[in-house]
Ligand binder design. Structure first.
Ligand code: ADP
Ligand code: MG
Length: 692
């Protein structure tokens, strides 16, 4: 085994992977780059598929293109140096039934030596026919055996695992190392979901299965262990948040009636319920940690506004953060009117507020004269100093990262925190991402909304769509035309320009503005303002308009190359229209070469306006990354469990964890590096300075 470790010295799952014999410094650092630091990390990197090598084929039975495993010997070995230093090696494999040429590229001299030794060798690969009409094996998986051993329990004569390569570590090495690690594992292993002995045998089966069925079972057991650890981690976070003391802020009758007087409309039942839950949180003495989830257009802003009002009337300041300056401006605008009526002083801080006005604003904030400050995430960074920050609201939370969210809760004076998101997420995923938060859902839209009539159209329909757009504008309405944002270079800019030119040609006389990600913020805000005010009837945009922008007069959304978007994202885009009682439309234009299947995927949007149903469909079709956008999604990094297939069991795992916690059980998993924190430290970590 080439190492000083004796076969029976015990290895722990928590040991560094370098303690596995055969893992030298170079390999260890290659593995580390792949996120593998410990023996456990190494062993949860399971094969991504298996190959049945229980029966050997014969040279006589080889067929071109069909993979086979041969147990054979080599002769006539010849090596030639290749240009980049490795060796090209040729040999003949003869197993008694016939002979076949074998060719390897890029091998080392040690390989030649082994090939020349005449030892038995196992070759696995599919032969191809050469131009001269003979069969040849090129770069087969190759393994030399010691004389006298005609099968080897690791790489052949069994079902073997095929692994993702990590640096220089390919499947063969992976199996060798996994075997060594498993053989050396000591029996005292901590497992969260099953008896330790079963965990160990599940690991062994997953790497070296007896049969494919047992491999599947083993994988499920390991996934369950991982889910159990995920559930425990979520519960830890939840417990930590629950320990945060919060200022007691109450909504008395005076406050309620001034809110009623100021509000521009009466709340929907769902809004009222959410406000009630928020008010209860803020009066509870614990710091609120709540997620307000509601489809686009469900009216989250006003709910946030009422929470901010409640804070202000209790003498503490509130911060309202949006992911972009455009959104921050919109939020400030839609809140300022009625909040000022309720005597709340509101300020807007974005990158565009500079010089003296900025200085004055920051001073007023520090004196406590500005009671609600709206802006981007820069709000929570110095030199912005609040006098008494009591509530932080984050709009479109999914656009910020998780790390960002964690920081919110750990601001020195434990403010109440309300995060809002318009991405409907299937429950199982929501649990994984936001599980530590209490949740309010706005499942109902403000009255008088007609559903957005949605149609999937091909490019031929474009002229008709643009004519219709011109009609809408003539009727005093507004039209968005969205093109996919293309990351590289100026394509994005070009795409918006081309589209704008096409529209100008088809609908002359209509003012068109363009916004895209490569514009300077001032320029973008100017274009948005032109559109919002109606001086431009059509806005050609990349997905910068995706979230939150509120222009009630907009009634038509045209999405170009709609096939490039996820359903949830299209649903978000569609949410930009249908924001008033006027009828609204959404045209999803698909490119010429789009498959029938891609079209059908989009047709879901013709049928339903239910964001959750759409999200489920997206999750099935494109996986969670797409659903949650390119930003850090907050999804846990899972090694064995599958986010789509296994997550539905997370709820179950959480209930189990809660029960076991309540029964005073400790939970630990050496495999996934988890140990329940001692209760005392949970409490200490949260009773930091600044409780009221
Ligand atoms: P979102 O949940 O997408 O943030 P908004 O808060 O922007 O939704 O609200 C969408 C639109 O609905 C806004 O124009 C808002 O003024 C309006 N709105 C919100 N609540 C009500 C309500 N209860 N009655 C009537 N209109 C409402
Ligand atoms: Mg919003």
């Amino acid at each position: 085994m080439g190492s000083g470790v004796t076969p029976n010295s015990k290895l722990s799952l928590r040991d560094p992977v370098s303690l596995v014999p055969g893992v030298g410094p170079a390999r260890a650092s290659g593995l580390k780059a792949a996120g593998i630091a410990t023996v456990a990390d190494f062993l949860v990197a399971l094969p991504f598929r298996y190959e049945d090598r229980r029966r050997y084929g014969t040279v006589a039975a080889l067929r071109p293109g069909e993979a086979a495993t041969l147990l054979t010997r080599l002769s006539g070995v010849r090596g030639a140096r290749m240009r980049r230093g490795g060796l090209k090696i040729e040999a003949v494999a003869d197993d008694g039934t016939g002979a076949v040429r074998v060719l390897w590229h890029n091998r080392y001299p040690s390989f030649v030596k082994a090939a020349e030794s005449g030892r038995p060798v196992v070759l696995y690969g599919a032969p191809a026919t050469t131009p001269r009409g003979e069969l040849r094996l090129e770069n087969p998986e190759t393994e030399f055996f010691d004389e006298g051993l005609d099968t080897d329990p690791v790489h052949s004569g069994r079902i073997v695992g095929i692994y993702h390569r990590a640096g220089a570590t390919g499947s063969r090495t992976w199996r060798t190392l996994a075997r060594r690690a498993l053989d050396r594992l000591g029996p005292d292993v901590r497992a969260a979901s099953l008896p330790p002995a079963q965990l160990l045998s599940a690991l062994a089966e997953a790497h070296f299965p007896t049969n494919l069925e047992s491999a599947r079972t083993a994988r499920q057991q390991l996934a369950a262990e991982e889910l159990c650890v995920l559930a425990a981690r979520i519960e830890d976070k939840r417990a930590r948040l629950a320990e945060r003391k919060g200022r007691v802020l109450v909504a008395d009758e005076a406050l309620r009636s001034s809110a009623r007087r100021a509000l521009p409309f009466s709340l929907t039942g769902a809004q009222r319920e959410a406000v009630k839950q928020i008010a209860a949180d803020m009066a509870s003495g614990r710091a609120m940690a709540r997620l307000l989830q509601g489809d686009v257009g469900s009216g989250k802003t006003i709910v946030a506004g009422l929470a901010l009002l409640l804070a202000a009337k209790n003498g503490v300041q509130g911060a309202l953060m949006a992911p972009t300056e455009i959104l921050a401006e919109q939020l400030a605008q839609s809140l300022a009117g009625w909040m000022e009526k309720a005597d709340v002083r509101i300020g807007l801080l974005t990158g565009r507020v500079r010089g003296r006005p900025r200085k004055a604003l920051l001073e007023a904030l520090e004196r406590g004269e500005v009671e609600v400050l709206v802006g981007t995430h820069a709000l929570l960074e110095s030199p912005v100093r609040f006098r008494r920050l009591g509530l932080v609201v984050v709009d479109e939370q999914h656009r910020f990262g998780v790390a960002h969210r964690a920081r919110l809760f750990h601001k020195g004076d434990t403010p109440h925190v309300l995060v809002m998101t318009a991405t409907p997420i299937p429950r199982s995923l929501a649990w994984a991402i936001y599980g530590e938060l209490d949740v309010s859902v706005l499942g109902e839209k403000p009255p008088g909304r007609t559903p957005v009539v949605t149609r999937v159209r091909t490019e031929e329909a474009r002229p008709a769509i643009y004519r219709f757009a011109a009609e809408r504008v003539a009727a005093g309405e507004r039209v968005y035309v969205v093109v996919p944002a293309i990351e590289e270079g100026g394509r994005e800019v070009a795409a918006t320009r081309e589209t704008a030119a096409r529209i100008a040609a088809a609908a002359p006389g209509i003012a068109v503005e363009i916004v895209h990600g490569r514009m300077r913020p001032e320029e973008r805000a100017r274009a948005m303002a032109e559109f919002a005010a109606g001086r431009a009837g059509i806005l050609v945009a990349t997905t910068v308009v995706e979230v939150g922008v509120d222009v009630p007069e907009a009634t038509l959304m045209v999405v170009e190359n709609a096939e490039a978007f996820g359903l949830a994202q299209l649903h978000q885009l569609r949410g930009r229209v249908g924001r008033s009682s006027r009828p609204s439309w959404c045209a999803l234009v698909v490119g010429g070469g789009v498959s029938e299947e891609a079209r059908r995927r989009l047709e879901v949007l013709e049928r339903t306006a239910d964001g959750f149903e759409i999200a489920e469909k997206d999750l099935e079709a494109r996986g969670p990354g797409d659903l949650l956008g390119v930003r850090q999604s907050g999804l846990p990094a899972l090694r064995v469990a599958d986010l789509v297939r296994d997550l539905p069991r997370l709820g179950e795992a959480r209930r189990e964890i809660v029960k076991r916690r309540e029964a005073g059980q400790k939970i630990a998993s050496d495999l996934f590096g988890y140990e329940s924190p001692p209760l005392a430290s949970v409490v200490k970590g949260n009773h930091r300075k600044g409780t009221p």
